[in-house]
Design a protein around this ligand. Structure first.
Ligand code: HEC
Ligand code: HEC
Length: 331
């Protein structure tokens, strides 16, 4: 089983902070006490939380067992949120996503709501351990209070599934350095949805578009290449895919697209999502959350477009499916 993934850009940052090295060795992550709250599961919150979980932030993509013999790896029935290995070559060691179903023994069943909020936005587990920053808490720290409450309300309704998932086995020195990544997030106000650009930036942050669409070297994004594509996702001993250039460059990015084309592209696999995804060979392997994003609301796709279309043009020709027949390599 393998997964979608976003980067762990902070590794390079902490990597250069040599002075903090011994400090991190002896101390745990920077952490604040979890909020003392019990989240009321209103119908609005459950609906919003499900949308964030399955669509905008695609928690489901990383935390579920998926059937990659089918296009885009649909979630296996009954395996939503149970945790799974993430065998990507860019990870220095072995990593599993956690079981985030409410199972008491192997999942979040004994966690308080405040502890769940803290893990999602600040990257600190119940026991105070720093989470490996492939879990996108550096993005989720901008998730509004109301959105994270909705998400936790929804998490609490997932069917509990017993599935013990190992802790990460990350190689030294990264194993020690990432303890420096968690930071308290405080309280986060909701964004004004009427401001499409700001709302679009919020959605793009929750969705991790930048981390996937920026090339990485040694666990860090390459400066000046934001959204220019070419991030390599390779499964150990398995298939490989590169992200596309989604900057406004006309020749190698999506600068020649209009809103309609963007809407159609994001909705291209809606039929697969609704009626079942077909069996495909490894040459069609992709980690772009096509099935999930086909469920984005019209309002949200427009806001994402408002933000994406303003990304500065960067010329970078990417062959997204190297080795595959030319017809599926691009569009
Ligand atoms: C790119 C993959 C990825 C995405 C997307 C992702 N996670 Fe995670 N998550 C992980 C990994 C990997 C871990 C385990 C890290 C570790 O153990 O150090 C984790 C850990 C967690 C934990 C801590 C569990 C524990 O036992 O300590 C929670 C809670 C969690 N994720 C919730 C979420 C939620 C909610 C979302 C969506 C808003 C989400 N995750 C999105 C990869 C991801
Ligand atoms: C988990 C990694 C990942 C995330 C998250 C992700 N993408 Fe992608 N995306 C890819 C990969 C890999 C490809 C190329 C392979 C393919 O087309 O399936 C791609 C392709 C695309 C394409 C097709 C470009 C073309 O030339 O046809 C568009 C448009 C796109 N992504 C937009 C987005 C937007 C907008 C977001 C955020 C809302 C996003 N992506 C989030 C990995 C990702």
């Amino acid at each position: 089983m393998w997964m979608k993934v976003i980067g762990f850009s902070a590794l390079a940052l902490v990597g250069t902070a040599g002075a903090g090295f011994s400090y991190l060795y002896y101390r745990g992550p920077a952490t604040a006490p979890p909020l003392d709250i019990v989240i009321e599961p209103t119908p609005e919150r459950l609906k919003r939380g499900e949308y964030i979980f399955t669509t905008v932030a695609d928690c489901e993509g990383c935390h579920s067992e998926r059937d990659f013999s089918r296009f885009n790896g649909p979630v296996i029935a009954g395996r939503r949120g149970v945790g799974t290995p993430l065998p990507l070559t860019e990870i220095p060691g072995k990593l599993w996503s956690a079981n985030i179903t409410p199972d008491k023994e192997t999942g979040l069943g004994n966690w308080t709501d405040g502890e769940k909020v803290r893990a999602i936005r600040e990257g600190v587990s119940k026991d105070g351990r720093a989470l490996f920053p492939l879990m996108p808490y550096q993005n989720f720290r901008y998730m509004s209070d109301e959105d994270v409450y909705s998400l936790v309300a929804y998490l609490n309704t997932l069917p509990p599934v017993k599935n013990a998932v190992p802790k990460p086995e990350i190689e030294f020195p990264v194993s020690m350095l990432y303890k420096g990544v968690p930071r308290p997030a405080g309280s986060v106000a909701s964004v004004n949805r009427a401001d499409k650009l700001q709302y679009g930036q919020y959605l793009v942050t929750m969705a991790g578009c930048a981390e996937c669409h920026t090339p990485f070297e040694k666990g860090a994004p390459v400066a000046g290449m934001e959204f220019a594509g070419g991030h390599v996702f390779e499964i150990h001993g398995g298939p490989k895919v590169l992200s596309a250039n989604i900057t406004s460059d006309k020749a190698t990015g999506i600068g020649a697209w209009d809103l309609t084309r963007f809407q159609e592209r994001l909705a291209a696999y809606r039929d697969y999502d609704r009626n079942g995804s077909p069996r495909v060979g490894p040459e069609k392997f992709t980690l772009m959350p096509w099935l999930n994003f086909s469920r984005l609301s019209g309002e949200d796709v427009e806001a994402i477009w408002e933000y994406i279309r303003r990304r500065p043009a960067i010329t970078n020709m990417v062959n997204t499916h190297p080795g595959a027949p030319a017809d599926i390599s691009r569009r």
